[in-house]
Design a protein around this ligand. Structure first.
Ligand code: NOJ
Length: 512
């Protein structure tokens, strides 16, 4: 297992979608100076690190996941110097910042792609994956066709305007397919290392890596892509040993072999993540009709594969999925956070989830957001104009905000001791003081229904028991008495050898 930078062992992340966090210059869109002005807020909440979505030059057909210049930030957020200042200001506060690296594809406007489209052979001819004739489509992949002088179809990764960078095929089977060791794929990888080097030298603390598991093509069991990331790991070990690497892969057995420090458990694939928060009967609904068993089963499979290390991160949400508040009410969200903030792996809180920001319904898609747009609306700070996000005219806002008169705001929740904000704040602070609850503490599941009960154990053997009871029904957990460290929700008492836990309650108990 790759040794982690020390700070990652206790990190609690806050995900910032830069467009929507804080606008400092009144143009209706968030920016770096806005983020800098809110670093103290993030710290006060208790988060120690930030993951910021792509902030590089882009035509924004996919909110910046279509990069047109990897070494220059998009002017709408500020300058490279402003981003450097953001790193510096975060470091001053003992916080760390991960950038979002998008190594799989670029925008069609990237100069590499423009060169690659030319009929005449040049340095970038093999930077992307092209078939050798326009009449040949790459089977199993989408393609961009008929827009270049070059005779060929170009493989795309996500949207059809995101041409796939060429890292080769695991087992090339067509004349136009190259292997990872060929000069084209090798040059692409070197170019990507150069991008990483550039930002790490400027002060970034590492990367969240977009679609990290899909770089080498026709690589069903990931062997080629693992090999690629091992190569990157060797580079980082040599030049930037303290850079943190978190993958959007969703298969920790593979990503960790590739030298990533942590991986996400995500809303796609076989994770059963959605069973918890985002399905018709989520486990965390007080209706108590959900099912947590399949999630735990899958979690444990991954946990064993990652040597029982806390390397699987469970986010509260992200820019690709519905807001928690779309399926859970504030009370239910408190219990969900009691779970999220007592699990192994680094917690990732999506901006605004700490106040239960709602999914804004019925919006027109913005920058390739489509159904994701409603979860990307501007942060709600207070009750002033545009909820304190921007001084721009309302109609100029990047995405319209939640129109509800009772929309949650940071200010109102910070003033109310019983709010979701305070619960999240208290849970993070408990985690920070309790090694058993932190990222690398072990987990053993004791019960996997209503309630969900698990034991967390620190390296020094000190342990905590966590009882999560989202349903309305009271439950009993037979165990020896410990010291109650925290109760989220209604209450619990110890009687006759049992913890009797009220419905809608989570309890964290220190086992002496
Ligand atoms: C995953 C990102 O999280 C998502 O927002 C993006 O659209 C795709 N990757 C493509 O880069």
């Amino acid at each position: 297992m790759t040794k982690q930078p020390e700070w990652l062992n206790t990190a609690v992340f806050y995900e910032i979608y830069p467009q929507s966090f804080m606008d400092s210059n009144g143009d209706g869109i968030g920016d770096f100076n806005g983020i800098i002005s809110k670093l103290d807020y993030i710290k006060e909440l208790g988060c120690t690190a930030i993951w910021m979505n792509p902030c590089f030059d882009s035509p924004f057909g996919d909110a910046g996941y279509d990069v047109s210049d990897y070494k220059k930030v998009a002017p709408r957020y500020g300058t490279n110097a402003d981003l450097k200042k953001l790193f510096k200001e975060a470091h001053k506060r003992n916080m760390h910042v991960l950038l979002d690296l998008v190594p799989g594809h670029t925008s069609v406007e990237h100069k590499w792609f423009k060169e690659s489209m030319k009929a005449q052979k040049n340095e970038f001819t093999d930077r992307y994956i092209w078939t050798d004739s326009i009449w040949k489509e790459p089977s199993g992949y989408g393609s961009l066709r008929g827009i270049s002088d070059r005779d060929g179809s170009c493989v795309v990764n996500f949207f059809s305007h995101q041409p796939a960078l060429n890292y080769g095929f695991y087992k090339p089977s067509e004349s136009w397919q190259q292997s990872f060791d060929d000069p084209g794929p090798q040059a692409t990888l070197e170019a990507m290392k150069d991008v990483m080097r550039f930002w790490l030298n400027l002060g970034a603390d590492g990367f969240r890596v977009d679609m990290a598991g899909s770089l080498v093509k026709n690589d069903e069991d990931g062997k080629g892509t693992i090999r690629l990331w091992k190569n990157v790991r060797a580079f980082l070990d040599k030049e930037f040993p303290s850079a943190a690497m978190v993958s959007e892969w969703g298969e920790p057995d593979k990503s960790l072999q590739g030298g990533f420090h942590m991986d996400f458990l995500l809303h796609f694939g076989p994770s059963h993540y959605n069973d918890l928060f985002r399905c018709r009967e989520p486990y965390f609904s007080s209706r108590g009709k959900g099912d947590v068993k399949e999630f735990v089963k899958k979690y444990l499979e991954n946990y064993e594969k990652s040597e029982r290390k806390g390397l699987i991160c469970i986010p509260s949400g992200n820019h690709d999925m519905d807001r928690l508040a779309r399926s859970l009410n504030p009370q239910e969200m408190k219990i969900a956070f009691a779970f999220l903030l007592t699990m192994p792996g680094a917690p990732f809180i999506y901006y605004g989830d700490e106040i239960g920001m709602r999914y804004v319904e019925g919006l027109v898609s913005k920058e390739g957001g489509y159904g994701r747009t409603g979860a990307r609306s501007p942060m709600q700070w207070d009750s002033s104009k545009n909820a304190g996000f921007s001084s721009a005219e309302k109609k100029k806002l990047y995405i319209p905000q939640d129109p509800a008169p009772d929309r949650p705001t940071v200010k109102q929740q910070m003033a109310d001791k019983s709010s979701l904000w305070h619960e999240v704040n208290a849970l993070i602070s408990l985690r920070m003081q309790t090694p058993a609850l932190q990222n690398l503490g072990e987990i053993d599941f004791i019960e996997t229904g209503y309630p969900l009960v698990y034991k967390r154990t620190a390296v020094d053997g000190k342990a905590c028991m966590v009882i999560i009871n989202p349903s309305q029904k009271k439950c009993e957990v037979k165990m020896k008495e410990g010291q109650v460290l925290h109760i989220t929700g209604k209450g619990a008492e110890y009687k006759n050898g049992c913890y009797k836990v009220e419905g809608g309650t989570a309890v964290i108990i220190n086992l002496a």
